[in-house]
Write a new protein. Structure first.
Length: 163
């Protein structure tokens, strides 16, 4: 696996050969997203190490942005751990201040929406783990503020159910 050189925007060869189930964050090319209301950069550690059922991402939330829209899952359990920086977790009708070392569990089917927000001047990095919808697990994701929802069936087929 190569190393990602952010200055050049390209992967570099790693000097050490390891089993494919091992990866370093610096060896993974980041994927950035910037859409209305949300932005971030993610490193897909799960895919890089061959994880089949558990999604593992490190997501960097830029200052003044949200990592996602306010949403809930019907069958996807998630776990979050703040690696660096500060952020806020909007959880239902409450907002919680988070800092490095804070962990959050989001059991499936609670109906409680969540969203990470970064109102601070420095980026915040959060490791995000979750059961992969479409890998034998069906999940409905609802974004109440957008009036949208979709279902991903156990085979990974996505169907919009609300617009």
């Amino acid at each position: 696996m190569g190393k990602y050189d952010s200055a050049k925007g390209e992967l570099r060869k790693s000097p050490v050969q390891r089993d494919p189930c091992i990866a370093n964050l610096d060896e993974i090319a980041p994927e950035s997203y910037d859409r209305p209301g949300i932005a971030g950069t993610s490193w897909d550690l799960g895919a890089a190490t061959g994880s089949g059922l558990i999604g593992v991402d490190v997501t960097e939330i830029p200052p003044g942005r949200n990592s996602s829209h306010f949403h809930s899952h019907s069958h996807k359990e998630e776990f979050f751990y703040v690696l660096s920086g500060r952020c806020r977790l909007r959880l239902g009708d409450k907002t919680h201040e988070l800092c490095p070392g804070d962990a959050v569990s989001r059991p499936a089917a609670t109906g409680v929406c969540h969203q990470f927000q970064n109102p601070y001047e420095e980026p915040c990095r959060v490791i995000m783990l979750g059961v992969q919808a479409g890998k034998g697990v069906e999940d409905t994701v609802e974004w109440p503020e957008l009036g949208r929802a979709f279902v991903m069936d156990a085979e990974g087929v996505r169907k919009i159910i609300k617009r």
